[in-house]
Design a protein around this ligand. Structure first.
Ligand SMILES: [Zn+2]
Length: 327
């Protein structure tokens, strides 16, 4: 087994072009991959190979000024890149089928998958991947927020002796941070977390061809959110505590199955490219931390509503809540 530390550079286009292309493809495509960089590590995290390829974009063909400034990749280099399908064949040979991918941050793999979908490609060798950011946070100060790669390098005293924003150099920097972390343990923790997901579904995903919901309210009116069933015995779950509507169109409620115990329903509404809405629903085993946060927020919400009710003496009844926004 190899760890493949991967980093991507992607091209962007101006807003109208991006919206039009995404609508036409019915696929999220916020950027188009123009460079893949990767470093291969063995199980002892020793570097044993490196990879870099320039990909010729198919939809966003003109190099964006900002991307050119950042990466140093110019139009001529892009034009001489290889098509994504060809690049992926060669990348696959480098990775082999027994690869575990490591990234810095959560963006690269979803971006690659969107690009593969736009090109009607699919590869199972990419299935196992992990974000190193939470591993770094867990092993250092336990912070939740995302730290930059530069921050992690500085923390470990790793020299920046190569230009950044080249996919291979960034992969190399990430690999050197990986060598300072307990990657096997980080993977175990990440697996345990997703192992807590008893049920997961995305409903109304117009970006992958389903019919989206016309409003966020309709998206969360589905039975998976309002009346979920136990993933094990399929009996209706009993709602134990009320629905919490958190910031950013996120919803949470505590349910329980008589036989299979407590489960937290988490739903998040997002806007599809065609302006409809989708909802991701997860049922998971609630850990203490999650339960505490949920109950605190519920209590705050109650307090907030109580505080608002009092001074509301002469408001016109017409005023409605501010419209919901997403992302
Ligand atoms: Zn059950």
């Amino acid at each position: 087994m190899y760890y493949i530390v991967i980093d991507l550079e992607w091209n962007q286009t101006y807003h109208e072009k991006a919206v039009a292309t995404q609508k036409e493809l019915s696929i999220r495509l916020r950027g188009e991959v123009i460079q893949i960089g990767a470093v291969k590590l063995d199980e002892a995290l020793r570097i044993c190979g490196s990879y870099r390829i320039t990909v010729k974009p198919r939809f966003y063909k003109k190099i964006h000024r900002h991307v050119m400034r950042l990466t140093g990749i110019d139009q001529a280099q892009l034009d001489h890149g290889v098509p994504l399908a060809e690049a992926m064949e060669s990348f696959h040979r480098f990775c082999t089928d027994d690869a575990v991918f490591l990234t810095w941050g959560p963006d690269d793999m979803p971006m690659l998958f969107d690009n593969l979908r736009a090109n009607k490609l699919s590869y199972t060798f990419l299935d196992r991947y992990y974000d190193m950011q939470p591993m770094f946070n867990r092993e250092t100060d336990g912070e939740k927020r995302q730290r930059s790669l530069e921050y992690a390098m500085e923390h470990f005293g790793i020299d920046m002796n190569l230009p950044a924003h080249d996919a291979l150099n960034d992969a190399l920097f990430t690999a050197r941070v990986a060598q300072k972390l307990n990657i096997a343990e980080g993977i175990r923790v990440a697996d345990a977390k997703t192992g807590d997901h008893l049920f997961e579904a995305v409903l109304g995903d117009a970006d992958s061809g389903e019919r989206g919901f016309p409003t966020p309210e309709r998206a969360v009116a589905v039975s998976e959110v309002t009346a979920p069933v136990c993933p094990t015995c399929k009996k209706p779950l009993l709602q134990k505590e009320p629905l919490l509507h958190a910031k950013g169109q996120k919803y949470q409620a505590l349910f329980a199955c008589e036989e299979h115990g407590e489960m937290m329903m988490c739903a998040a509404v997002k806007r599809n490219i065609n302006e409809t809405f989708r909802v991701r629903v997860i049922l998971m085993r609630p850990d203490e931390e999650r339960l505490t946060r949920y109950r605190e927020k519920l209590a705050n919400e109650k307090e907030f509503r109580r505080a608002r009710r009092r001074p509301r003496s002469r408001r016109s009844g017409k005023k409605t809540a501010t419209p919901a926004t997403t992302e």
